[in-house]
Design a binder for this molecule. Structure first.
Ligand code: ATP
Ligand code: MG
Length: 408
């Protein structure tokens, strides 16, 4: 089928009155960027919709790209004809002919006369188009309630749109429309999915990764950079903060409380992330936690860990099963990277049976006993390297993150 145009409908954010214009513009720019590889296409932004004129590009690849654009709820490939009765009838006929129906199919026509000066009402058009099709295609039967094929005919002043497919797209909120959050990005399966989920909800998402060189390798760090690059495909660009965590982490060993090491590490990660959040103007921390998945993700652990920061902790995967998470990871293209077997700093020095019910009082007293813990945390923030990644950037841009005297 050769389509002329793709009709894009916005998602739920359309409900939000005063921001609508800004949100629509943001989706428009996102659409424009994913369509860059298709030089013939032209875009038109109209109240509540975006029209993508294909001008000879085939529809399939642009549709695949557009399905991933946050804020778009559905896509219809459309055939465009003149707003004249004969042309509408002829085009509808050719459309159904090209479908090459092999079995009996129920259908209905839903015409909409948007241009009120058109000579025939919507009702009359249903009838005209419907009878033309019934007369010519013996496979077709009318069904008003549950048709398998609903041919839509939208008559506008300049042209008429004919389509039947409504392809679901990813939905969510436009890029960056709901504020900024810091996401803790490990090299695992879950946190990249949490990143994508927060971006889909309109959060500008900066990634924070903790590494413990030399215990974790350069390759482990590169894997995280690659993951962030994949994520930048959804965000346009993404900031990745690489935090040297060795000193903080090793300060927790040799305390005779190995079962609490994960709890202690996670609390320090949150403190560091909160400082970076303050510096970057982010108002929440996102993690890939999923309830009960491992010892550090029991309610009791999350409680003891979460108290280390006052920022809201967002856990988009909290109620999801691992197989649901894996399926999203595959869809968004992070899974194959995530399963590469590089060590994460959290798997180091970890006992066989970490605490599932850490005692907050003990945890806090261990932290107090490490008198230079705060300094190590500040030092880790100061030595954090920040990169800005883009999907096609060959390398990555490093930006300076000067630590100002007074922001602590
Ligand atoms: P993931 O697949 O995201 O690694 P996981 O199931 O392996 O998750 P944990 O290793 O317990 O779970 O980590 C829980 C969360 O803590 C991660 O989803 C991530 O948000 C954060 N996290 C763990 N390790 C790191 C790290 N090295 N750097 C940054 N964040 C981390
Ligand atoms: Mg992990």
């Amino acid at each position: 089928m050769i389509y002329d145009m793709l009709l894009l409908r916005f998602g739920e954010f359309i409900l939000k009155g005063k921001n609508r214009r800004r949100f629509e513009n943001s989706v428009f720019l996102h659409v424009k960027s994913v369509l860059e590889p298709f030089p013939l296409v032209e875009l038109r932004n109209e109240f509540g919709r975006i029209y993508v004129y294909l001008n000879g590009e085939t529809a399939n690849e642009p549709i695949q790209a557009l399905k991933k654009v946050f804020g778009i709820a559905s896509i219809s490939p459309v055939i465009v004809c003149k707003s004249e009765l004969d042309d509408i009838l002829g085009t509808s006929y050719r459309y159904v002919e090209e479908l090459n129906l092999q079995k009996s199919t129920t259908f209905k026509v839903s015409a909409r006369r948007v241009w009120k000066k058109f000579a025939h009402s919507s009702h009359e058009m249903n009838h005209h188009v419907g009878s033309k099709l019934l007369k010519n295609f013996e496979m077709l039967d009318v069904s008003m309630k549950h048709p398998e094929l609903e041919l839509r005919v939208e008559i506008r002043e300049t042209e008429t749109y004919i389509f039947f497919e409504v392809i679901s797209a990813v939905g969510g909120f436009p890029r960056g429309s709901n504020g900024k959050a810091m996401l803790l990005l490990s090299g695992g399966i879950d946190s990249p999915v949490a990143a994508w989920s927060s971006m889909r909800r309109g959060l500008t998402t900066e990634c924070v990764h903790f590494y413990s060189y030399p215990f974790t390798s350069q390759l482990a760090k590169e894997k995280v950079i690659d993951l962030a690059k994949v994520l930048s495909g959804y965000a346009g660009e993404i900031k990745l903060h690489l935090v040297p965590f060795t000193e903080v982490q090793t300060s927790f060993t040799g305390q005779g409380q190995d079962k609490l090491i994960i709890t202690l590490m996670r609390r320090s990660m949150l403190r560091i992330a909160a400082l970076l959040a303050e510096r970057e103007g982010a108002l929440a921390i996102v993690t890939g936690d999923s309830l009960g998945q491992v010892a550090s993700q029991t309610l009791s652990s999350m409680n003891a860990i979460g108290r280390a920061t006052e920022l809201p902790l967002l856990r988009p995967l909290i109620m999801m099963d691992k197989n649901e998470i894996i399926s999203i990871a595959k869809d968004i293209g992070t899974y194959d990277l995530s399963i590469q077997p590089y060590e994460d700093c959290c798997t180091l020095f970890v006992p066989d049976s970490p605490a599932t019910k850490p005692n907050l009082r003990i945890v806090e007293s261990i932290e107090r006993s490490i008198t230079n813990l705060n300094d190590m945390i500040l030092d880790a923030v100061e030595r954090t390297e920040t990169m800005v990644l883009t999907p096609n950037g060959d390398g990555s841009t490093k930006v300076d993150s000067p630590v100002e005297e007074d922001w602590f």
